[in-house]
Every structure is written in structure tokens, then in C-alpha cells.
Design a protein around this ligand. Sequence first.
Ligand code: BEZ
Ligand code: FE
Length: 286
Amino acid sequence: MRNLNQFTLTDAVKDSFKTEEGTRLKFLLETFIEHLHDYTRATNLTHEEWMGVLNFLYDCGKISTPERHEFILLSDVLGFSALVDMINTRGGATEGSNLGPFYLDNAPEKDMGADLAPGRDGVIILAKGIVRDILGKPLAGAIIDTWQADATGTYPIQEQERGQDKYDLRGKFTTNERGEYWYTTVLPKPYTVPYDGPVGDLLRAGNRHAWRAAHLHFIIRAQGYKDITTEVFFENTEYIDNDAVFGVRKSLIASLKPVKKGQDIGVPLERQPDAMFEFDFVLAPE
Ligand code: BEZ
Ligand code: FE
């Protein structure tokens, strides 16, 4: 261990971990050390730059709370979250996309055709589709767990001091015997990810904006199938081609079509929609 230089150091650090051979942990640790050392050598990192990185991470920790996880946001804006989503999407299944910080696991159960935005102004949209497996078979009893921002780009959970109910604009639907789901809601607007902390400084340093393209969040679950966490975006809306957290995929963009008053859309609804989109979710076996 005396014969250390910038080229022998990497193996010495790897060897210092006595992790069990052949384990996933050993593989992850060794690959991480190799890439971190390669990065350091390739960039000729200075002491100032190295301390800059460590202080940035310290600041991310300092601003984090149970409600605000700055490291997840960092992962999002660096495309790290998107990469993990992409790698873990099963062949033939709906592509995964950001969970974001506003999910609540106990959203109210709703009847099919319910309106998720009673009393709210904005463009009312009908969301409609089928949950299938990768061979095209409709999945009855699948759970559609959805949450979203309102027509100003705000999640009700962010406005609880102003009397908003955190369970507004979210709900769980169970697909019928044909695997179908449908409900109305308000068309969400784009919003910014938090940019008043170190990740915001990083965005500013890179001349980047903090806007997310308007989206609906979904987790789809069915027994015997791998859950999907994803988002649905809308064609021809702002930031669709430069979402701050790289959440948009071509396959996740829906097209809104206008709905005329009195038009037969074939499903019973609580509220008259102004527009509709159809989106089918596909689940792969566990
Ligand atoms: C969201 O979609 O809710 C979100 C995603 C990443 C960062 C902040 C918000
Ligand atoms: Fe969101």
C-alpha cells in the first residue's frame, strides 16, 4: 500500500473493500470507484473544484427536509432519474418516467367516470384508455393511481396553508372487465421544479430553465405484473421538447381532441369535457 500513485490508487481502494465476491454490492462499489477515479484523472480536478463539489453536496443535504429531497432533484436535472427509468423499462411495457415529490400513497378511490377537479376552472379533459399486458390482453382490476397539478401549475399539496385539500386532483381507479378506465379532470399547466436551492444554482450556472412540461402522473399496478410509474404529456404544449427533468418520451405524448357539447363519447361521465385523449398502459409480467 506504499506504492501508491494516481494509477495504482484505484485498485488499492477497490481492494480495501472486503465485499463478498460475486455480489451485486461488490460490482456496484467497484464500478463506482473506477468511474469516479477515471473522472478525476480525466478532468485533472483541482482542490478548489473538488471542495466545490463537496460543498455543493453539503448544501443539498442542508436544504433537504422530509418534504424536499434536493438529491432527488439533482438526480432529476442531471438525467440520472430518467436514465434509471429507461434502463428499468421492460420490453414492450409503457415507458417509465418521473415519480416527482408529490405522490401520496393513499389517494381516494374513485368510481369510473368521476371528475377529479370538481369546481375547478380550466380546460376539462377526458382521460380514457385500456390497461393491457404486453401481448395485448386487457387487464381487469388494474389500479390506475393518478395525481397532477391544476390549471395554474400548482399541486394542491403545495397550497395546504391556503386551505387546499392535499388529496384533491388525485385518485385511484380500478379498470373494468375490459381493462378500461375513464375520468375527467382539468388540463394541468407547466410548473417549475424548486430552484431556490443548490440545484437551482446549478441550473442557472448552466443557463437552464426549471420548467416541466404539463403532465399527469400515473402509477399502474396489477397483480402478477411489474408496476409502472410514468407520466402522460400533451402534444404541442410548452416545454414538451425541453422538460427540465428529461421526463418526456415520444411514447408518453398524448394528443388532445376537442369534444363537442352533446357528442357521444360512449362512456358515462360526471362532467362535460372540452377535450379528450386516449392512452393505453401496457404492463409486463413481474
Ligand atoms: C413533478 O413532476 O412533480 C416533479 C418532478 C421532478 C422534480 C420536481 C417535481
Ligand atoms: Fe409533476
